[in-house]
Each structure stands twice: as C-alpha cells, then as structure tokens.
Design a protein around this ligand. Structure first.
Ligand SMILES: Nc1ncnc2c1ncn2[C@@H]1O[C@H](COP(=O)(O)OP(=O)(O)OP(=O)(O)O)[C@@H](O)[C@H]1O
Ligand SMILES: [Mg+2]
Length: 259
C-alpha cells in the first residue's frame, strides 16, 4: 500500500473571471520511506501540491489516500488529528512562533496533542540535543541564526514522529553551507525511515533525492520513478543515501530519534 496516493487531483483558484488550474488532474503514488524532490518553474503548482499533501488545503476534485485512508472526505477536526500525528511541515521562512523560545516552539505540537508535561520535557530535551540546539533552548527565534531557526522548525515538525516530512524550499532563506547542513539533517531523518518530500528550485539539491517529480502548469511533467532508468537493473542506488534506490520498506522511526 502506498503511503500517499493521489488520483485525479485538481485545484483551481478563481480570481475574478479567470481560473488558474494550480493542479490539473494529478496522479501520483509515493511509498513509505521515499526521498522525493518536487521541482519545476515558479507557479507550476509545487507549493499547492505540498499544501494539499499536508492537509493545509483541499482539492476541488480527485482523491487523496494517506496510509490507505481517504483523507479528502474527513472533517476539519479529523484532518487536524491526521496532520498532528502523521505529517510534519517545514517552510522556507521557518514559521516559528516569535514570542516562544526554541524549546517552547518544539514542544508546541505535543501541547496541542495533549501529551503530558513530563513526556514533553523529556522529548524536547532529547530533540534539542539531537539537533545541536541544547545551548539555545531559551532563545527566541529572533535570537537564533537562520540555520538554527530551521533546525528548531525541523525539530518541531518531527517531534510527533510523523510518517512524512514535507519541506517547501527549506533552504531558500539560507546560505549554501547552512542549507547543506539542513539538507543533511533531513536526509538523516529519511535514512531512519521518515518519508521526505522536498520542494526545491536547486538542481543540485533535487538531484540528491532518490526520486524527482517535475511539475509544469499544474501537471506532473516527469517522474524519475517511471522512466526506464528506474525499471532497469542497473538503476544506481544513490551514493549519498547509503541505501538502495528502491525507497521501499524502511524501518519505522525510532522514538527519541537520534540524528
Ligand atoms: N491562494 C491562491 N489564489 C489564487 N491563485 C493562487 C493561490 N495560490 C496559488 N495560486 C496560483 O496557483 C499557481 C501555482 O502556485 P504555487 O504557489 O503552487 O506555485 P509554485 O510552483 O510553488 O511556485 P514558486 O516556485 O514560485 O513557489 C500559480 O499560478 C499561483 O499564482
Ligand atoms: Mg512555492
């Protein structure tokens, strides 16, 4: 069973008399444990796709099955529940809560999910350590560097141990070296089983993923998984992932993820 299965997805935005087909009859399936880069020109529908996958938006038509369950027909409360437990989201501009410290930002999803205080403290302490932030626990976002902010955002996105992590241009506001650190962090999370979908404009970054989806005008123009390479016995495993190229059956993420 695919982790994600989209069939005939359409998302149309109406502005006055004109309609923009941000997603146009999109079909795609993604297996658990995959590392997928979503690429394509500005306006091709990448963020719209990620927002739908993250249940931040609803399609006008088509179906979205997540772990075999049709999530398009769920109520807003049921969707929030799925989002809280199964989906992590990382944005280009971090989206941290400005008046909360790093530790409080990381704890937020657990507060919303009603996880008891002692369990929250334990997991936050572990995450701060894992993400190299233990000296920054009490800093607010404006007292952190860009790279540190994104690490807090990734810690927050993964603290509930979601099945998948969706990242929309996670390195877009970072310099190359800091961006590379963030990508390594995301790749380590993928290596221990978290499905990773990254929207990027950066060709080099996109090439690191085991699968590339190329969007154009709301359509999937190319999917590296359906090219002959993928079906060829000589399909090379990614040298960067240290794993096979099939993206299949990973181990479940361990509690208290160490990266
Ligand atoms: N809320 C909205 N209202 C109207 N049109 C929208 C809305 N959101 C997106 N669009 C339109 O849908 C299309 C796809 O937008 P989307 O943000 O998904 O593109 P993108 O591929 O992420 O681009 P970029 O690389 O610039 O971030 C664009 O033409 C955009 O103008
Ligand atoms: Mg975008």
């Amino acid at each position: 069973m695919a982790l994600i299965k989209l069939a005939g997805i359409e998302r149309v935005f109406h502005l006055g008399d004109s309609a923009v087909h941000a997603l146009d009859r999109l079909d795609v399936a993604i297996e658990a444990g995959e590392y997928v880069a979503i690429m394509g020109p500005s306006g091709s529908g990448k963020s719209t796709l990620l927002n739908l996958l993250g249940l931040l938006d609803r399609p006008n038509a088509g179906s979205y099955h997540l772990e075999g369950r049709d999530v398009t027909t769920l109520s807003p409360d049921e969707q929030a529940e799925v989002r809280s437990h199964r989906i992590g989201f990382v944005f280009q501009s971090f989206h941290l809560v400005p008046r909360l410290t790093a530790a409080e930002n990381i704890a937020l999803p657990m507060m919303l999910a009603g996880i008891p205080a002692d369990e929250r403290s334990r997991r936050v302490a572990q995450a701060l350590k894992d993400f190299g932030l233990d000296q920054r626990a009490d800093h607010r976002p404006d007292q952190l560097s860009g790279g540190q902010r994104q690490r807090v955002a990734i810690a927050r996105a993964t603290i509930m141990q979601p099945a998948m992590l969706l990242a929309d241009e996670p390195t877009g506001n970072l310099d190359r070296a800091t961006g590379d650190d963030v990508i390594h962090l995301l790749e380590q999370l993928n290596a221990i089983g978290m499905t990773l979908l990254v929207v990027t404009h950066d060709q080099k970054l996109g090439a690191r993923a085991r699968r590339q989806l190329m969007m154009e005008d709301g359509k999937l123009k190319q999917d590296s998984a359906s090219t002959s390479l993928r079906d060829n016995d000589s399909y090379p495993p990614s040298p960067l992932s240290g794993k096979g190229g099939d993206g299949g059956s990973p181990a479940a993420p361990a509690p208290g993820v160490t990266v």
